[in-house]
Design a protein around this ligand. Structure first.
Ligand SMILES: N[C@@H](CCC(=O)N[C@@H](CS)C(=O)NCC(=O)O)C(=O)O
Length: 228
């Protein structure tokens, strides 16, 4: 672990800058999404951690199919962020935008090339193994979406084994402090049991979840009931 004192100051500086910066804008940040979407939760959680006010505009499936929503994101996916004139889709792209726009130079998204690459690696995993493993298993289980549950469980098992080994060596995914990589990966790992994926054997992953939950401003995502 690094000295938390310096890091705390760096995170505090970021929050202070955000408040000065945001107070000078007229804009209201709007997030189009749903409270049970892990992709939306990544964005809501980071906004809450940064202390940025925003409004959640509910975008369930019927809304996502509307021409108005397709004008925001032709892929029909949530989340979509609106910040002034900016319309931005994709949860990881939004995390990058928020870090660079409201917390520039902060530890959330390091500038140093290797550190930045470590963050990007986990953002790619968030859009890959995490989506096709734990997130897919949850959608198939909770919402009875079509899909191959066994295949999703296999992807999840490989990912969790990798994360368990990795997190036995480091406190957070991409550094020894939290970055947007942790925000991107938290939601669907924390809610993996809703896809019938037990975290019982992954003690380092569970300890990491607790560390993310201890970040000031952390916003939980509501649990979904697992059908019988
Ligand atoms: N790469 C996108 C994926 C987002 C995504 O898959 N969102 C889901 C809800 S959690 C969705 O809108 N699915 C509807 C669809 O794909 O048609 C992101 O990270 O934002």
């Amino acid at each position: 672990m690094v000295a938390r004192g310096d890091l705390d100051l760096a995170f505090d500086d970021a929050r202070a800058t955000i408040h000065q910066d945001f107070a000078m804008t007229e804009s209201t940040i709007v997030v189009h999404g749903t409270v049970l979407s892990g992709h939306t939760h990544r964005v809501e959680n980071f906004l809450a951690i940064l202390g940025l006010p925003y409004r959640l505009e509910p975008a369930p499936m019927d809304v996502r199919q509307s021409p108005e929503f397709r004008a925001l994101n032709p892929l029909g996916q949530i989340p979509v962020l609106q910040d002034g004139d900016l319309v931005l889709a994709d949860s990881c792209a939004i995390l990058v935008y928020l870090a660079k726009r409201y917390a520039p130079g902060s530890p959330w998204l390091p500038e140093e090339p290797v550190a930045a690459a470590h963050v990007q690696r986990w953002l790619a995993i968030a859009a890959g193994e995490l989506k096709y493993g734990p997130a897919a298993a949850r959608v198939i289980t909770v919402w009875k979406s079509p899909g191959d549950l066994a295949a999703a469980h296999a992807v999840a098992a490989r990912l969790l084994r990798f994360m368990e080994g990795h997190l036995s060596q480091t406190a957070f995914l991409a550094a020894d402090h939290p970055t947007i990589a942790d925000i991107a990966c938290y939601s669907y790992i924390a809610h993996a049991p809703e896809g019938r994926i037990s975290l019982a054997e992954y003690e380092h992953v569970r300890a990491w979840l607790s560390r993310v939950e201890a970040i000031p401003g952390f916003k939980p995502m509501p649990r979904s009931a697992i059908p019988e």
